[in-house]
Structure formats: structure tokens, C-alpha cells
Design a binder for this molecule. Structure first.
Ligand SMILES: [Zn+2]
Length: 123
């Protein structure tokens, strides 16, 4: 029986991708999230990222980088990282691109909106 090369479930062609992995690979849907990165000089910068996974998973990865003494990532070179909020997008790549051009104030207000949505969803 042919198996998906990613998850091992049934697929039509051997070494191919099953329906859900194929869809996932091309999925533009996901979240754009905002974090506050504390830099070595004490300033706080807004970091924008995108993911199709859980935002908390990504934040965990950022925090891991922060702890590394010689991280090469932008957030890892800072001294702290805090999630401000996230928004859902049907095209996370496009959203990330346009958000990155925004002013820090505009990013903060978007993040605030995203944080409110989070609270609503949880309650
Ligand atoms: Zn699969």
C-alpha cells in the first residue's frame, strides 16, 4: 500500500503526499502574530511573524532562541520576547509582508485587536 512520505497515511502514489499533507503544504491560511522583542540596549521592538501552526508553539521557539547565548535569529539576539497578539489571515504571507511595512504604532494597535479576539475566543 503506498504511503504518504510525510505522515505515513494512505495515498494514491508511493512517496507522494496524502490529501491533507498536500493541502497543508500549500496552505496560505494561518496566523500573523506580533511580539515584543526586548533588545540588548533595553529598547522594545515589535516583531511580526507568521505561522500555520499554533502561535504558542512559535512563541516557545522564540523563547528558546532568547535563552541561547549565541542565537542567530532576530528575536534570539534580544533579551526577551513577549506575545502581544495574533490575527487570522487567509494569506499569511501577504499579510505579513504588508504588516511589516506598517509603523510600530499601527502594528501595536493590530496586535491589541488580535489580543482582544483571543480573549473572546477563550471565554
Ligand atoms: Zn500525509
Amino acid at each position: 500500500m503506498p504511503n504518504c512520505r510525510k505522515c505515513g497515511s494512505y495515498t494514491k502514489y508511493n512517496n507522494g503526499l496524502c490529501y491533507s499533507c498536500y493541502n497543508n503544504r500549500n496552505s496560505k491560511k494561518g496566523k500573523v502574530y506580533f511580539g515584543e522583542s526586548t533588545r540588548k540596549d533595553g529598547t522594545k521592538k515589535i516583531y511580526t511573524g507568521q505561522t500555520k501552526r499554533s502561535v504558542y508553539e512559535r512563541v516557545g521557539e522564540h523563547l528558546k532562541e532568547v535563552k541561547k547565548p549565541k542565537s542567530k535569529t532576530y528575536t534570539g539576539r534580544g533579551t526577551g520576547f513577549k506575545l502581544l497578539g495574533s490575527i487570522f489571515s487567509n494569506n499569511r504571507f501577504k499579510a505579513e509582508r504588508s504588516i511589516k511595512k506598517m509603523s510600530p504604532e499601527a502594528k501595536r494597535s493590530l496586535a491589541k485587536k488580535g489580543a482582544r479576539k483571543y480573549k473572546k475566543k477563550r471565554s
